[in-house]
Design a binder for this molecule. Structure first.
Ligand code: CP
Length: 306
């Protein structure tokens, strides 16, 4: 059964069957990653371009590894070392790259809607690797996979997304995906970082972090996006850490067996203490490992649709 769309632009409106198919396919590729030779010939002959207009460590390397482990030809584009620095437009850049006969494009851009725009000007499968404050679907898929792997189910689980929800593409994709999969989703953070009317997406809002810890099975803790002027939304980083930072003391005080997640990169001592970031509750590096398998699943399912 194929996916219902030949692009992955976000998780809004993606049917449960599609997410289930991606998660189940991920399990197959997760097993490949444990083999001595972590490579399968599935996408031999396909060419994938990683078009990154924003910095990235996890997503870019993860996609490149996923492509190589599927035997696709992977080409990396970085805007800072490209002709974009000479003024070439996104449209011209994309059309020139596609003229070199590529099959799939993975794109990260600071402008929300860029992946959708690319679907209008080229024929390749487009995968959104993060567009502004809009969506980051493969991050949410790897988060959802990691929760299911750790706790054995998604239906009925309580997941709270903590922090800078207003500026987070990770938050939005998680909300769409988790609700579709039957989880109960809440958000927690300073009121300035919780979008007005977010309840309309089907989430609860909690303003007290201790309450969020007590009421949930999982905290997915977001990065404070200092590069997107997030600092203007609270008085000081010290105050943010005091009221919303996850520390061992806070977890012990609430006496709760809870799973702590973070998409990375972490601001240590701000959203997570170093002890929590390296501690027993967190599954942060499992998320990263699962990210390669999730991206292999997405590339495989889209790349074999054409
Ligand atoms: N989680 C995430 O998107 O990290 P990068 O910005 O390093 O890709």
């Amino acid at each position: 059964m194929p996916l219902s769309n030949r692009h992955l632009l976000g998780l809004e409106g993606v049917p449960k069957e599609d997410i289930q198919l991606i998660l189940d396919t991920t399990t197959t590729f997760r097993e490949v990653l444990e083999r001595p030779i972590k490579k399968v010939p599935t996408l031999q002959g396909k060419t994938v371009v990683n078009l990154f207009f924003e910095n990235s460590t996890r997503t870019r390397i993860s996609f490149e590894l996923a492509e190589k482990r599927l035997s696709a030809d992977a080409v990396n584009f970085s805007s800072s070392s490209s002709s974009v620095s000479k003024g070439e437009t996104l449209k011209d850049t994309m059309r020139n790259i596609e003229a070199m006969k590529v099959d799939m494009v993975v794109v990260r851009h600071s402008a929300a809607g860029t992946p959708k725009f690319l679907t209008n000007i080229c024929d390749s499968n487009i995968i959104n690797a993060g567009d502004g404050i809009h969506e980051h679907p493969t991050q949410a898929l790897l988060d959802i996979y990691s929760i299911r792997e750790k706790l054995g189910k998604l239906e009925g689980l309580k997941v709270c997304i903590v922090g800078d929800v207003a500026h987070s593409r990770v938050a939005l994709s998680n909300i769409f995906g988790l609700i579709t999969m039957g989880a109960k989703v809440s958000v927690c953070g300073p009121s300035t970082m919780i979008p007005r009317n977010i309840e309309e997406l089907g989430v609860d809002v909690i303003y007290n972090i201790d309450e969020a810890i007590q009421e949930n099975n999982v905290l997915n803790v977001l990065r404070i996006q200092l590069e997107r002027k997030a600092r203007e939304y609270f008085p000081s980083i010290r105050e943010y850490a005091k009221y919303f930072g996850i520390t061992e003391e806070r977890l012990e005080k609430n006496g709760k067996d809870i799973v702590i997640m973070h998409p990375g990169p972490i601001n240590r001592g701000v959203e997570l203490s170093a002890a929590v970031a390296d501690g027993l509750h967190q599954i942060i590096l499992q998320q990263v490992t699962n990210g390669v398998a999730v991206r292999m699943a997405v590339l495989y399912l889209l790349g074999t649709m054409n």
